[in-house]
Design a protein around this ligand. Sequence first.
Ligand SMILES: Cc1cc2nc3c(=O)[nH]c(=O)nc-3n(C[C@H](O)[C@H](O)[C@H](O)COP(=O)(O)OP(=O)(O)OC[C@H]3O[C@@H](n4cnc5c(N)ncnc54)[C@H](O)[C@@H]3O)c2cc1C
Length: 502
Amino acid sequence: MSRTEVLIIGGGVTGLGTARDLAMRGVNVILMTASDVCSGASGRNHGMLHSGARYAVRDPEAAIECVSESKVLKSIANFCVEDTGGLFVHLPQDDPGFPGMFRRACASCGVGIEQLSTREALDMESALAPWFDEVLAVPDAVIDPMSLGLANAYMADRCGADIRTHHQVEDIDLMNGIVRYRDLTNGEVGELRPEVTVNAAGAWTAEVAGMADLHLNVTTSRGTLVVFEGRLVDRLVNRMRMPGDGDIFVPGVGTTVLGTTSSPASSGNDDLPTGAEVSALVEEARAMMPGVVAHRPIRAFTGVRALTPGGLGRDASRNFTIVDHGADMSMAMLSVVGGKLTTYRLMAERISDRIASILGNGSSCRTHLELLNDDDGDEIPEAHRARFCWQYGPMASEVWSSCQDRGAEEICSCQGVLRGEVEHFVGLGAGGMGEIARRTRAGMGYCQGTGCLLRLSSIIGPGAMEAISRERERGLLPVTMGVQMRQSAMRDCLMRVYGVRP
Ligand SMILES: Cc1cc2nc3c(=O)[nH]c(=O)nc-3n(C[C@H](O)[C@H](O)[C@H](O)COP(=O)(O)OP(=O)(O)OC[C@H]3O[C@@H](n4cnc5c(N)ncnc54)[C@H](O)[C@@H]3O)c2cc1C
């Protein structure tokens, strides 16, 4: 049985950020995650780097944290941040008292706002409805959650952390200080005796606490988002009202995300988007952007998050809590509940500070000072450099070097992904379409893998064709409406030709 200082359960941004922070302090850390990194909420969100404006009225504490953390991330993770800025637009049918409340709340939380005229706003975002009566600019930005998560994993590993994907924790014996886990790749079970265990299992936090016979009062909430073809807006556009469904547009790389629904989730695995959710989102979003119905939704996805107790859905705070389960057993255990992608680093810092004090480690946090990316991609040809640096951050040059060795033939033409990129991650052990797509974005573009299915499966290996098709289908079915119907019919024919469907 091996001995380690800290075991982190959960490979979303919270766990990965904590692994990096602790490893930078010289702590011996193992992270286990049941699936791939960022396969939970960390890979299923809007990618909004909150300025704090969205929470200023309802959740000022969360807003204040966003104000400072968004500045930190713009500085340490600028490779995966697009500083687009954001707009809040007020529609005549919404609460006339809200803009005043919103301005006062932003001022008291320290969110910088700037009043724009209707003309200025329409010059910036021509797709917006022209009848809004007030518009404010805020410092919202876009962040790529996968690039952020992967960079944390890579940098944590570089500092000595041991990141194990497909390792599921199954039992926690606090009294004897033993954690039992299963390696899901081969079914083997193992045991660890960490001094501290961190439960960063997102929507599964209560379940993991239950393994240690602990009760955590956590609610889980699911949110469905729709991805549209093309960049419909250049800034984040929010509706100026209490957060609700269908009130945010987030620009992406050649896409736009419309979010989000918010309803209670039955479990962390309750992540199948429905057609009804998509229709409701699009219907609601028409108030801000009437033309949205004419655009092609290319897929939908659902994320599930854990929220701190005290309210359901949107009424629950987006703040975070660290629960210290007490150190009077053979092993200390901390659970982290709630929070946001925007504040993951701060959460990691607070958890790591607590652990440092338990371990008697005197080092302080440096994650707000040290860049997550030390690779400027100088060697990468200009045609590919921007995308490689955005997606791969500190790994950009390594991945490019694989393209030189293994081939730069285009595998996924929607996303411009090259053979060497796919082979690089297959070589590092990423298996299956989900893992390749999370890293390279292959199959995530306009055709959702229709065009690259054969090429991808020839690299990924046997069984990949059905798996790729199944994985994409989850997100495609709920958006089979309007212009997307034609694409779906064509995809259906091709799947029959490929033999994936009878
Ligand atoms: C719809 C939606 C939209 C959002 N949009 C934004 C946004 O725009 N901006 C923002 O800042 N925040 C946003 N958030 C919040 C943000 O996504 C989450 O707060 C954040 O990703 C949570 O990360 P995490 O690491 O705590 O959890 P997760 O990313 O869910 O990771 C938890 C991991 O634990 C693993 N795990 C579970 N059980 C076990 C076990 N027994 N053993 C080992 N591993 C286990 C899971 O496999 C999972 O990968 C959004 C959330 C949702 C749901």
